[in-house]
Design a protein around this ligand. Sequence first.
Ligand SMILES: [Zn+2]
Length: 594
Amino acid sequence: MKKFSVLIILSLAIITLSSGQKLLTLAERSNYHYSNDYPATLRLCHALDSISTMVHMDIFGKSSAGYDLPFLIVDRDGLTVPQQIKDKGRAIIMIQADIHAGEPEGNDAGFILVRDLITNRRYVQLLDHVSIIFIPVLNADGLSRLSPYNRINQNGPDIMGWRANAMNLNLNRDYLKADAPEIRAWIRLFNQYLPDFFVDCHTTDGADYQYVLTYALPLEFQLTQQQYDWVYTTYLPYVTKKMYGQGIPIFQYISFRRWADPTSGLVLSAFNPMYSTGYVWAQNRPSLLIETHMLKDFRLRLWATYYMLLHTIEAVSSTADKLIKINLQADKEASRLAGKKYTLQYKLTDDTVHVQFLGKQYHIRHSGLTGGNYVVYSDTNQTITMPLWNKYQPDRSITVPEAYIIPVQWTEVIKRLLAHGIKFYTIEDQYTDSVFTYRFSNIKFACYPYEGHQRVQSFTTEKVKTGQTFRPGSIIVPIGQRAAQIIIHLLEPEAPSSLLSWGFFNPIFEQKEYAEIRVMERLGKQMLEQDTLLGHEWTQWKATHPNASQWQQINWLYQHSPCQDPYKDIYPVGMIYSRQKLNDIVKKFCYSSK
Ligand SMILES: [Zn+2]
């Protein structure tokens, strides 16, 4: 059980420090019993800002509970304006910590690294080709909720922050729906600097193994060919060699195929754009997820994170020109997606490779508490040859339209597009047209809320054309822009984290009008007499639904009558596939945008 109270950590934090000590993290000053708390985080930002012209501190937003969100820009010439940094030919690396505030080593490791970059001659030359944006705490609310009882499975520090923000939202599920002020602020910062490489620092749960640190990089289908080649033939071999050279073996971030069953084999994780690193590949940039292991002690985890960050900076610094160039090329490729096939979802194939996995010996124990079994890991190392499922194949694909058109009344959706910095035209004159969209059927909703939303769990889509009127204020979102993948992932319903899947369009699934039994007795009989095909369907439906109530029967007839709502289960977002048509509509109805 943790021995120290919150009071002790707070009293540690207000000790007057000598100037040398000012740059030490709480981890270093407490012999790794503690990580930086929120006041220590702010104090270190100010200290580094005041000690060097190469470091500039700023605030990029506020948390949901109103805490300032600080960040540091580390640039050799003290530049802070994105274009000025880019004009120097420097690649920008964004490093983020404490998105899950109980997984803290990225905070301390990042501060030590910034300190070393500006004070250690061996490192400072790296800043010739690289500038760093360091976000020490994205989840300031979670870091302000310290307790020895958070993350009880984890091996230190003695007190830890909380996973979610003050609204109980997991920020690392919020990157597309952007409900949380922290994420909206982060997106603004990201769009402002458009970093060339992004790192998110975490600590993972789960089975024990010898690796202090596992990592996830975007998969082949999430990058352009040039980016993929850079990540897997330049970046990864370099950092792997360096980490192993320092006695820190690393491995891909994996899970067991069956939960808690080490014999079931390994599965490579893939991240869609609701996660930080998934969002960044959808913004056409490579990203790195660091997951140190919770059972390794805090000191080991912190230094593993430090070296992974340092070697990442080295790898980017030595190839900065190339990385900047291929990222700009990726932006161009994304802006030319209209008319092309785009895969929204991928699924794991049955293909496996066999890998030498540095595991730990374990045995199965019977639980007297629950009657089930559980796995207990020992300290003895063992190398195991294991199958790794690491290949994904396309599952759901679409042909990308030239533009999406969104009626003005869907204000929360339009707000999200604004939050992501998406460019669009605004319709100024009422516009009526027949547009392509989807009709949904077999709709199933989740029983429990997830991240504050009632999600649409599954559905079937059918492409249809419907007449729609778009009132002034409706928007046309052209796909010909660098954030095209973000637009697609927000607006294509079958994308894994689409706004439709989050429930932003749930009212379209509600039936608002109905027929009384006495009305449908007459109308229903007429319909069945006049339409023999409908009569046949009615007989079949009755046979397959023998327990349908009188109300359900009447409503079936209502839904097949001319009185039914033609817009129920119809996606209100339209798709325009012709560039000529897009240009004509913009010219005619969005005149002030020219
Ligand atoms: Zn995490």
